[in-house]
Write a protein that binds this ligand. Structure first.
Ligand code: MG
Ligand code: MG
Length: 266
């Protein structure tokens, strides 16, 4: 069942997502060679709780095993999604790391992910990051009232596959609101004109998970960590948005991250 949101609810969603954006920016500023993903996790959890919210991922149930132990997912290089923060994961120069973050604030959820570079990253990997982020915005442009959910996936898939990349099938975007995962599912692949119609008040997370090689994945024995079958890197970018006045209004934000990234490259 799809729950369309009122204006008031969209504002609550915006607050939760702006906190996710601020958390990702804080984490991003701490990312450098030598830092562990456990350190990033502690930083994120403290930041979220200091702002009166709950890190939604912590204790998130798993149909295959135990609950998620971290407050963020930290997915390095060939880890596609759901990497568990650990003292053993020390960031190395040249790595990429996707940080996925969720908050529950005043009863509503925020959810966003950004793939960061660690130190100096190879040009072909940077291209994967640029393409994945651009594909997210292709999906967002397609998320207008009157279109269908399949139009979003079609936009993401055609853009990424044209550049030789793989589109992960097993994990998808989703409706979001009082629950982090609501209907409808929002795949990163699809056919134009197929699926549920997009209406004003619909709140969804679009989150392309794009691989440099084959789209095939596998689950590690921890029952969380998802890796590419061929060991090639994967990128993941996610925004939460509301369909508002006919088009997608992004409730999360990469602005602070991008400002910081730009300041580092000079
Ligand atoms: Mg997420
Ligand atoms: Mg999500």
């Amino acid at each position: 069942m799809i729950f369309l949101k009122t204006e008031d609810e969209i504002e609550l969603m915006r607050a939760a997502n702006q906190l996710v954006a601020a958390t990702l920016a804080e984490v991003g500023k701490a990312i450098k060679p030598g830092v562990t993903t456990a350190q990033l996790d502690h930083l994120a959890e403290e930041f979220i709780r200091d702002h009166g919210a709950i890190p939604t991922f912590k204790g998130f149930p798993n149909p295959y095993g135990g609950p998620f132990p971290g407050s963020i997912c930290t997915s390095i290089n060939d880890v596609v999604v759901h990497g568990i923060p650990s003292e053993k994961d020390v960031l190395q120069d040249g790595d990429i790391i996707s940080v996925d973050c969720g908050t529950l604030l005043n009863g509503y959820n925020g959810d966003s992910c950004y793939t960061f570079q660690v130190g100096t990253v190879a040009e072909d990997v940077l291209k994967l990051l640029r393409t994945t982020k651009a594909s997210l915005y292709k999906g967002i442009e397609a998320a207008v009232a009157g279109h269908r959910i399949g139009d979003i996936g079609y936009a993401v898939q055609t853009y990424c596959e044209a550049q030789g990349y793989g589109v992960v099938r097993e994990f998808v975007g989703h409706g979001i609101g009082r629950e982090m995962h609501e209907d409808p599912q929002v795949p990163n692949y699809g056919r134009r004109g197929q699926g549920k119609q997009i209406k004003n008040g619909l709140c969804i997370a679009i989150e392309p998970m794009i691989t440099m090689g084959s789209h095939e994945i596998y689950m590690m024995p921890d029952k969380w960590t998802i890796k590419t079958r061929d060991g090639k890197p994967a990128a993941h970018f996610e925004h939460t948005m509301a369909i508002h006045h006919g088009k997608a209004e992004i409730l999360s934000s990469f602005d602070e991250i991008e400002k910081f990234e730009a300041s580092c490259s000079h």
